[in-house]
Design a protein around this ligand. Sequence first.
Ligand code: 8YV
Length: 333
Amino acid sequence: MATRKPVVIVTRKLPDPIETRMMELFDVRLNLSDAPFGAEDLAGALREADVLVPTVTDRIDAGLLEAAGPGLKLIASFGTGVDHIDVSAARARGITVTNTPGVLTEDTADMTMALILAVPRRLVEGERLLRSGDWAGWGPTLMLGHRIHGKRLGILGMGRIGQAVARRARGFGLSVHYHNRRRLHPEIEEELEATYWDTLDQMLSRMDIISVNCPHTPATFHLISARRLALMQPHAYIVNTSRGEVIDESALAAALAARDIAGAGLDVFEHEPLVSPELLECDNVVLMPHMGSATYEGRIDMGEKVIVNIRAFTDGHTPPDRVIETWGLGLTA
Ligand code: 8YV
């Protein structure tokens, strides 16, 4: 007797090869239009699905989880961060949550490095000048930025992505510093030639560039506050490819406008897709539309992980990427 395929509801358009494989394996409902689900659509999906495949654009809080039907046993999120899901409320209702760690590490580290280069070297401003038609040719003092080589990079959050950033940074002649909840194993610290700071405030006040690579948890919300931004040196830059909530966005916009810090490179924002109008006014910030993991390869790898997690779970095994807890993973403020 054929066993019933699980009803899998996918909230956004995924890469074609992933959707095709899901069609083969599951009783899947795709979102071919890619229109983000509203709260009502999400509640409906939670009622009808055995497995929900959401993304960072779906806020699945405790209230919404109340609407979950008895069939919903797995939320297999397409992405690494799980701050859009109330994991403990899900667990309380017997719903397992999985994510897709590891496969977007290199792409996100590349984006981080791109911002570390783009901001001090004024790449976006230069491109704008050229396209404006106002470029009058090379000039000895035209578009001067700041050298990367020899500067100090402070990485906030030395997990997989932080370490991948550190490896790249060494190739660019940056010296690597970090603050993390836990100090790295001495062998890894030695390989990265990384200097550990157990006090974030101390690290912030001594670095030329800060890179935010920690997850957003209650412990890291606004970890970079107005007070901490004030500790940074006026020539320092900050880049964020993690989650907007880790930085107090309005305090950052104020610090940039006042030139209290030299510049910022942001791939993530506190209220996506909204970006503070004050940030849009600043010319010393490079703004990207959350595209750190936006490669064809990365998104297909993420989809494959989602499929592996669903199959393991529906076959009665513990899925490889089960999320155990979220807020315990944070840094101390
Ligand atoms: C993902 C991300 O593309 O995985 C994450 O945590 O921030 C992104 O790079 C997004 O979350 C997909 O849901």
